[in-house]
Design a protein around this ligand. Structure first.
Ligand code: FE2
Length: 181
């Protein structure tokens, strides 16, 4: 094995790529579950913390007959808030990108501007920010994610499914083998 990349060989890189793949497939689902649990610490003025909100969003998706990818996207759409609230949609979208459709990637990336329909006017922004995406092929998917599952998911009396109940679908989606390079 090399000590500097300047001396890397085919054999080194075949080994490294294989180890990355092995780690990614075995570790990613638990990393996502652990990260989702940490959302409980984010209380930012809503009637529910960010874990409760994420569970409500994913439960509404599941009750709506959403696909596995959609349920996981609904569950993880605010995961980026662990790192940066202003960039949270883009961060969550990049985490999901190797595992979900392009439509869901874009829907998660831009979900806040779709949410703006309900509150941007109260914060000095246009509530029609979603309109600039109306001709995009993923527009309807973003409306479904936001209008049917995300926007209604702030009711503390709603009986959301537990985080553990989503472990099988998180494992199914995040243990798909994806290229590390
Ligand atoms: Fe949300």
């Amino acid at each position: 094995m090399f000590t500097t990349m300047l001396e890397g060989t085919q054999e080194d890189w075949t080994h490294i790529a294989g180890e990355h793949m092995k780690h990614q497939v075995s570790a990613a689902p638990q990393q996502i579950m652990d990260s989702l649990a940490r959302l409980a610490s984010i209380e930012v003025g809503f009637g529910a913390n960010q874990l409760e909100h994420s569970l409500m969003t994913a439960t509404l998706a599941r009750q709506d007959g959403a696909s596995d990818e959609e349920v996981v996207a609904a569950l993880c759409h605010d995961l980026g808030k662990l790192m940066s609230i202003p960039n949270h949609g883009a961060i969550a979208a990049e985490i999901l990108k190797p595992y979900v459709s392009d439509d869901l990637y874009h829907a998660v990336k831009w979900h806040q501007d779709f949410q703006g329909r309900y509150y941007y006017e109260y914060l000095g922004k246009s509530k029609d920010m979603r309109e600039r995406f109306r001709d995009e092929p993923w527009f309807a998917v973003a409306e479904k994610l936001v209008d049917r599952w995300d926007a209604p998911a702030f009711d503390p009396d709603f009986k959301a499914d537990s985080l553990e109940s989503f472990a099988p679908v998180v494992t199914k989606v995040f243990s798909r083998p994806v290229r590390a390079y």
